[in-house]
Design a protein around this ligand. Sequence first.
Ligand code: SF4
Length: 271
Amino acid sequence: MMDEALYSIPQQLSAAAWPGWLIVRASDPAALVAALASENPERLIAVQLLDLTTDSEPFNAWAPGLPIELIMRDPAGEFPLLYGHSNLLDNHPVRAVVPVQPGFGKAVKVALALDFAVRLEPAQPEPALVEELADILEFYLHQATVSQPVEFFHGTLLGFYHNQPEPLWAVLDEEPQSLRYVADDGTESRHGRLAGADIPADSAPDADLAGWIDRVLASAEQCRSCEFLASCGGYFKWPRRDYDCAGVKRLFGELRAAAADLRRDLAAAPN
Ligand code: SF4
């Protein structure tokens, strides 16, 4: 993604106050459409709907092609709410953002059945959640009806397949060199798992993502010697630096094996 500044702002703040690219977090679609009527839509790269109980109909015919993310907070309880937003697909790419919490797999399966893409928020999964991730990875790899990407599985698999690994910071759209989070009161901070992290401002001021990974994100000794460094970029060592990566390394290993299988199957296929 671009290194230019990208701000995640709440809908009640004026988009005009922030330069560069914007992701707008919304819980009132009608009010957002009205407020952005005069805004250059090319500055908007996505809208995130924070409240799945609201009516998303005002988005349907507005800004065709603009990606919309459906932000889930309680995937095991909220998955039925996804059905109410399926009409958005008529005019928008739609992605469900699913935090990896107990029972999250049901939300992933419903989202895929509705033809939504999925972006997992894997946090730092404990062993039981790594097992659930492994189950969903198995489903994703082998269920013939799946036609939409589930990130981070899809991007990581392609990286292994093409021998061009992308770090999870890029695959999951969390590139710290460009992404800034603007809170409801207008204060700025780092985004997501780096919010509140003790990273000196001069650590990598003008670095690109590779520089950030080298100087900050994957500076832990375990990352330096990790066989999956290029596909991970130190992602799972944040925010808790002592997180045990054994489980997530198993997932990377399964994705690497799936990519090798895919290459072998395609090589054996008749022309
Ligand atoms: S899997 Fe763990 S040790 Fe390996 S690069 Fe990622 S965070 Fe570092």
